[in-house]
Ligand binder design. Sequence first.
Ligand SMILES: NC(=O)c1ccc[n+]([C@@H]2O[C@H](COP(=O)([O-])OP(=O)(O)OC[C@H]3O[C@@H](n4cnc5c(N)ncnc54)[C@H](O)[C@@H]3O)[C@@H](O)[C@H]2O)c1
Ligand SMILES: *[C@@H]1O[C@H](CO)[C@@H](O)[C@H](O)[C@H]1NC(C)=O
Length: 258
Amino acid sequence: MTLLFQGIVSLVTGGASGLGRATVERFVREGARVVICDLPKSHGEKLAQELGSNATFSPTDVTSEEDVKKAMETAKKQFGGLNVAVNCAGIGVAVVTYNAGKDRVHKLEEFQRVINVNLVGTFNVIRLAAQLINQNEPNADGQRGVIVNTASVAAFDGQRGQAAYSASKGGIVGMTLPIARDLASRGIRVNTIAPGLFDTPLLGELPEKVRKFLATSVPFPQKLGVPDEFAHLVQFLVENPMMNGEVIRIDGGIRMQP
Ligand SMILES: NC(=O)c1ccc[n+]([C@@H]2O[C@H](COP(=O)([O-])OP(=O)(O)OC[C@H]3O[C@@H](n4cnc5c(N)ncnc54)[C@H](O)[C@@H]3O)[C@@H](O)[C@H]2O)c1
Ligand SMILES: *[C@@H]1O[C@H](CO)[C@@H](O)[C@H](O)[C@H]1NC(C)=O
């Protein structure tokens, strides 16, 4: 067990499923306490019960100021503060900008919804987490805490139908450095992970044939990522004090085709 993780308090959005869930499970395994933030209808409550007293569920829509403030209060009241915030909540859509065959344009509301959850929601959590993390006494290195965000390789190689998704993830990539600079004087590091193809419920809905095909598009290893491999990188970003303002791809070398 890593000494650094012993007793730290973390908050993970999208923590009830997929990459967020793997992060929650790894953190608890490594001795951290975790506030699981996810939608009320998610499996968050069930997961918290399974994990025991070091995990708690705070029903949260990341786009809501009120919900996220409540989640921060839960971290403070139940676990005494916050050291690490991890943003994994996210949604996707697949709609082309203009479909000439069907004379159909991308709905503006659909574009706005993806930006709102993925980009605005991530920023909402970052700003309120920074406020709570700032209450910590800095450690010997002057560090108060760490924030990790989840973008996607679609921020760089977005495919057809990913205008909204790629824009939202590109926004997360773009704000990583300025936020790291904003929070530098407070001793809070900020990094972003850009995953390739990971085997989560998000991809699980695809037919087995499509999943197999996706796996063969990865140079090496030719497989979908395992969620704990993502969580391992989150842990590294928390533990390594020199990592700041960076965006890291974790993708087996994939470059998505159009
Ligand atoms: N799976 C992949 O291959 C992959 C690749 C690149 C990026 N990502 C990103 O990783 C993150 C996690 O994806 P995943 O594959 O684990 O998906 P997932 O669907 O398994 O998990 C996402 C979680 O976010 C929650 N969520 C959705 N909207 C929310 C909101 N408004 N407020 C709070 N929670 C909300 C969902 O309830 C769900 O539990 C997402 O941001 C996704 O875009 C995933
Ligand atoms: C909670 O975490 C602490 C370490 O921080 C550990 O000693 C304890 O056993 C854990 N409790 C449960 C219920 O897992």
